[in-house]
Design a protein around this ligand. Structure first.
Ligand SMILES: [Zn+2]
Ligand SMILES: [Zn+2]
Length: 209
């Protein structure tokens, strides 16, 4: 017999190996707190203190749709409640009530699953799918909570605005982007040019000699 989540061989008949059961237990403990924490990550740049953020604060920052989706119906609460429903049904129990705020429902669903973890790991036929799905969910949440990597400075804009007037605006690589675009003049710099920019050795085309 094998673990239905990771397929590791099991010594005794069960649905989950010890490792997968422990991992599921830990995730069910952490998810309610992470749900609350997501509220502080609704706006891009929240929690970051590096300088470049000030540069883009000209307009109100939009809400992060990915964080909003995770916190709304259909996100974390739905994954947890669906599995709690399935577990209760498999045990021949009624469907648990869903009352209160989404925060309370997340907590209730996670707690309901955690209290039945021994039975889930031993007998719940859906245990493997549940462990994998909640591991995936926890991974998504962790990615949302990770602060965005800081932007990287790559020197100043070398664009010639005309008659040898070099733009010279500071250039930064935005997090998760592969293109640097000068915020002043709009000139774009591909990654292959960043090292040259950073070392100040940039020579605009035609500007040699
Ligand atoms: Zn396993
Ligand atoms: Zn420029």
């Amino acid at each position: 017999m094998n673990c239905t989540a990771c397929t590791a061989p099991l010594d005794a008949p069960a649905q989950l190996c010890d490792g997968c059961a422990h991992g599921l237990d830990a995730r069910l403990s952490e998810l309610p707190a992470q749900y609350l924490l997501l509220a502080t990550h609704l706006r891009p740049g929240a929690g970051r203190s590096d300088g470049p953020v000030a540069l883009v604060r000209e307009a109100p920052l939009p809400v992060r749709a990915d964080v909003l989706d995770m916190r709304a119906a259909g996100g974390m609460v739905t994954t947890l409640e669906s599995w709690r429903d399935a577990m209760q049904e498999a045990r021949g129990w009624g469907r648990p009530a869903r009352t209160g705020s989404v925060e309370r429902r997340v907590l209730a669903a996670a707690r309901g699953l955690k209290m039945n973890l021994d039975w889930i790991a031993a007998e719940f036929p859906g245990a493997g799918d549940m462990a994998r799905e909640i591991r995936h969910l926890a991974g998504q949440v962790r990615a949302l909570l990770d602060p965005a990597p800081p932007t990287l400075g790559v020197g100043t804009c070398a664009a010639d605005l005309g008659q040898g007037d070099i733009c010279d605006a500071p250039l930064r690589v935005p997090a998760g982007s592969a293109t640097v675009r000068c915020r002043r003049c709009g000139t774009e710099y591909p990654p292959s040019s960043w090292l040259t920019l950073a070392t100040g050795a940039w020579a605009p085309a035609g500007a040699a000699a």
